[in-house]
Design a protein around this ligand. Structure first.
Ligand SMILES: O=P(O)(O)OC[C@H]1O[C@H](OP(=O)(O)OP(=O)(O)O)[C@H](O)[C@@H]1O
Ligand SMILES: NC(=O)CC[C@H](N)C(=O)O
Ligand code: SF4
Ligand SMILES: [Mg+2]
Length: 444
């Protein structure tokens, strides 16, 4: 079977707020774009932690009726980057004393006798007298990207962001208590107040309503550029940079440096819409919704086979014939991974009478897999692995294809401390790995 491309997980933890498990349930829906494979909630029930989990979307996986009343809870929506996405790997992992919800990948787990990286973290943390000691030990032994929340049966809530800060994590105030979540947009949507981003290498420890911060390790920061390009919600602000603004800017620089003569700019919904807006404004070429999204809301990455991915793309888009007929089109997307989406859409738009299609992409060419929390496929499945722009244009049937360079992307996002390993192959990890072996192990 061809391996999947997936997003990464969403996590949330709530301390000292009445009805915390139900609030976690709502928050997981707000973080659903980060994981659709399984969902789980742990809550403190007297002096033990209880966990409920299921496969699929939050509303299918979990029944809110069975959630008990509690002031302490954590939750998780998952896409596996290790293991197989089965129910016993679904998070939170818990033994009744501690519970763990984790977003990221820790590639050096393969050096230990565990099945998946979540188990590796769990093994380090369990049976620790002082959970903070366990976190310090974890940071010493783990390589990779990890943002996580831990709840203990003593009502302690811990948030941790890895020292390079690959994945986002945000601290907020919610009523009488605190919330820690993957994205600030989810906290604001709940009616909470965003306090700040958890810092790279920072442990937040909350007990009895009081909050402590400790920098457990310092390192060079390498925030995931893909969170800005595609993964996070457009209404999130990560480390002070608005995802929406970054996307608009990606489009502006694309228009400045990679122009094309055309009648209209057409976005591939959903995540490329602000990029197309930026391109249109900068170039003066009108933005038109030549593609509409049907009620199929799933991200095409998540389908388990090439057949299903292709059928989702077919079901997901409709073409507005009157908009594209006899027009020269600039078709904008945030990224091309396998090329499944673009191949289908270029064909569809041509069948609807477009005279020229120039594809412009708001990110550099994805040539390498990610081992820090995003499940990009093996190198050979990536369309840009062995092709240049002209060859990609030919392969997807477009008149031209141009991407941003890595420098242009960095300029657009407006911060230097970005990871770009999937574009450059420069992995900012502690150790180097035999990625071909790792990839096989990771896919089980
Ligand atoms: O080259 P491919 O392998 O087809 O992958 C790239 C496409 O997948 C993503 O969209 P997705 O459908 O996952 O989500 P979106 O609706 O949020 O853009 C991305 O935005 C591209 O459109
Ligand atoms: N996408 C993620 O963050 C995945 C977390 C963890 N690596 C898992 O496989 O479940
Ligand atoms: S390799 Fe790419 S997807 Fe992975 S953390 Fe780095 S920028 Fe993000
Ligand atoms: Mg898309």
């Amino acid at each position: 079977m061809i391996s999947k491309i997936k997003e990464h997980c969403g996590i949330v933890g709530i301390h000292n707020v009445p009805d915390a498990p139900r609030i976690v349930y709502e928050t997981l829906k707000f973080l659903q774009h980060r994981g659709q494979e399984s969902a789980g909630i742990t809550f403190l029930d007297k002096d033990r932690l209880s966990t409920v989990k299921g496969l699929g979307l939050v509303e299918d996986a979990l029944d809110p009726i069975i959630l008990k009343s509690s002031n302490f809870s954590i939750g998780h929506v998952r896409y596996s980057t290790t293991g197989r996405g089965v129910i016993d790997e679904a998070q939170p992992l818990s033994d009744g004393k501690i519970a763990l919800a984790f977003n990221g990948t820790i590639p050096n787990y393969i050096n230990y006798n565990v099945r998946i990286d979540t188990e590796f973290i769990y093994e380090v943390l369990k049976n620790q007298e002082d959970i903070r000691q366990g976190i310090r030990k974890l940071v010493d032994v783990a390589d990779g990207g990890y943002s996580l929340v831990v709840l203990t049966n003593k009502g302690e809530l811990i948030g941790l962001r890895d020292p390079k800060g690959f994945r986002p994590l945000v601290l907020g105030k919610l009523g009488s208590g605190y919330i820690i979540a993957s994205e600030d947009s989810a906290i604001r949507q709940l009616g909470g107040i965003v306090i700040r981003d958890v810092k790279p290498g920072e442990m937040i420890y909350i007990k009895n309503g009081s909050i402590e911060s400790e920098i457990v390790a310092r390192d060079e920061v390498h925030f995931c550029s893909f969170e800005y390009i595609y993964f996070s919600r457009a209404d999130s602000i990560i480390d002070g940079v608005s995802v929406y603004r970054a996307r608009v800017r990606l489009g502006e620089i694309l228009a400045e440096n990679h122009p094309a003569k055309a009648d209209i700019v057409v976005p591939v919904p959903e995540s490329s819409v602000p990029i197309a807006l930026g391109f249109s404004r900068k170039s003066g070429i009108p933005l038109e919704y030549g593609l509409v999204r049907t009620s199929v809301s799933k991200r095409s990455f998540i389908m388990p086979s090439q057949d299903k991915r292709e059928s989702i793309v077919e079901e997901k888009f409709g073409v507005v014939g009157e908009v594209v007929r006899n027009k020269k089109i600039i078709l904008i997307d945030d990224s091309i991974v396998r090329g499944t989406t673009m191949k289908k859409l270029v064909k569809l738009i041509r069948e609807n009478g477009a005279s020229e299609i120039h594809v412009r992409i708001g990110s550099p060419m994805i040539r390498y897999p990610c081992y820090m929390g995003i499940d990009f496929p093996n190198k050979k499945e990536l369309i840009a692995n062995d092709k240049n722009e002209m060859e990609i244009a030919k392969s997807i049937g477009a008149d031209s294809v141009e991407y941003l360079s890595i420098d242009e992307m960095i300029k657009a996002i407006g911060r230097q401390d970005l990871c770009h390993a999937c574009f450059s192959g420069m992995y900012p990890l502690k150790h180097s790995y035999d990625f071909s072996k790792l990839s096989v192990s990771m896919k089980g």
